[in-house]
Design a protein around this ligand. Structure first.
Ligand SMILES: Cc1ncc(COP(=O)(O)O)c(C=O)c1O
Length: 385
């Protein structure tokens, strides 16, 4: 039977490829973004308790109200905003499902979505499955600034969605309030919705504060904002996230959500709600926790030939290997797996048309010993050359 793929050019993600190569070669994996340390034992105990109490059947479609109320309290504490837990908060299967649902809710056949390269890889396939196409605006290393004039010039009558990710994976840059003002100005009165991927909202460095679309009076009525408990609680495998949007957008998102995942693991939702009721400060130390890891890894690598760029936020750190080699980042990353026994993530797969660059992404959400071992191996590799 002849079968035409809907995504013929989509292969396995670079994260899966590099993690698989790391296993094959016995390399230390500091590429893919997941912690290698334990979650808070109180969170683990809360899950044991909720399973034991019998929270094991379908959860409400929109998420358990206790958890949505914790989300509302968090948003109030972080951004001084009021959100309706019943009409504006939906619990999803990680941030990934929220992104997918929002895109399916808004984008239709022939529509355009503007995204910024280097872009997290979940956006474009979802836009294409909805029948739309992405207009990709490249951001240039090393600072990756938004080019709002270029965004303005890329908007057409078919533009339905602009996806902005801040703090941004993988560039590790942060959108400012002025960026959000520029975005609002570009949209003006056009029928364009914003999808704000804010899964790293709690991880900003050097005293920066996150500028959420939810705290922007012009953007809030136009925006879906996506968050992840996986990132916030060091539990990426739990796959619990949420979307906050005004009631009209939330209604449309839930139409997709109810036929996609329908509802999210019931005991996990209660466990998170209970944990956050006991430890409402769980979010608060994340910036300093990860900044210490950024500084540790950057300090160990400085001067080795893997030159760290200054990360403004996220789980990640970019390093420039240009002094060591001019081979492509994909080739060089594979060589590091084989010869240094360290797995990293090359940056070019995050671009439709990668500029010339020699950057790799390292994950800092690792135990200090892991970062020290990885840095030692990279430094030894560089010294052998
Ligand atoms: C920018 C960005 N958005 C969304 C996600 C997905 O989040 P989750 O793991 O909660 O699905 C990730 C995960 O790495 C991410 O880096």
């Amino acid at each position: 039977m002849r079968f035409d793929s809907k995504l013929p050019d989509v292969g396995t993600t670079i994260f899966t490829v590099m993690s698989r190569r790391a296993l094959e070669e016995g390399a230390l994996n500091i590429g893919q973004g997941f912690p290698d340390y334990a979650i808070d034992p109180r969170l683990a105990q809360a899950l044991i308790d909720t399973v034991g109490e019998g929270r094991n059947q379908y959860a409400p479609m929109e998420g358990v109200i206790e958890l949505r109320e914790r989300v509302v309290e968090k948003l109030r504490a972080s951004y001084g905003i009021e959100v309706d837990p019943r009409e504006e908060v939906t619990i999803t299967c990680g941030g990934t499902e929220a992104l997918y649902d929002a895109i399916q809710a808004v984008v239709g056949g022939g529509d355009e979505a503007i995204i910024f390269d280097p872009a997290y890889d979940a956006y474009e396939p979802a836009v294409r499955l909805a029948g739309g196409r992405c207009i990709r605006i490249p951001l240039a290393p090393p600072d990756f600034p938004f080019d709002w004039d270029r965004v303005r010039a890329s908007v057409t009558d078919r533009t339905r969605l602009i996806i902005i990710n801040s703090p941004q994976n993988p560039s590790c840059t942060v959108a400012t309030r002025a960026d959000l003002d520029a975005l609002a100005e570009v949209i003006g009165v056009r029928p364009i919705t914003v999808l704000a991927d804010e899964v790293y909202e709690n991880v900003l460095f050097d005293g920066r504060r996150h500028a959420s679309v939810l705290a922007h009076e012009v953007l809030r009525p136009l925006s879906f904002a996506v968050f992840s408990f996986g990132k916030a609680l060091h539990a990426t495998g739990w796959r619990v996230g949420y979307c906050v949007a005004p009631p009209n957008l939330t209604r449309e998102l839930r139409k997709v959500h109810q036929f996609n995942s329908f509802s999210i693991a019931h005991p996990l939702q209660h466990a998170i709600a209970r944990y956050l009721a006991e430890c409402p400060e769980a979010w608060q130390g994340l910036s300093s926790f990860f900044q210490a890891k950024r500084d540790l890894l950057a300090g160990l690598l400085a001067g080795t030939g893997f030159e760290p760029l200054r990360a403004q936020g996220t789980y990640f750190l970019l390093v420039d290997y240009g002094r060591l080699s001019h081979s492509s980042d994909v080739e060089f990353a594979d060589r590091l797996i084989r010869e240094a026994k360290v797995a990293t993530i090359p940056l070019s797969p995050f671009y439709a048309q990668p500029p010339s660059m020699t950057l790799l992404r390292l994950c800092i959400a690792k135990r200090d010993e892991t970062l020290e071992t990885a840095a030692g191996r990279l430094a030894a590799f560089a010294a052998r050359r």
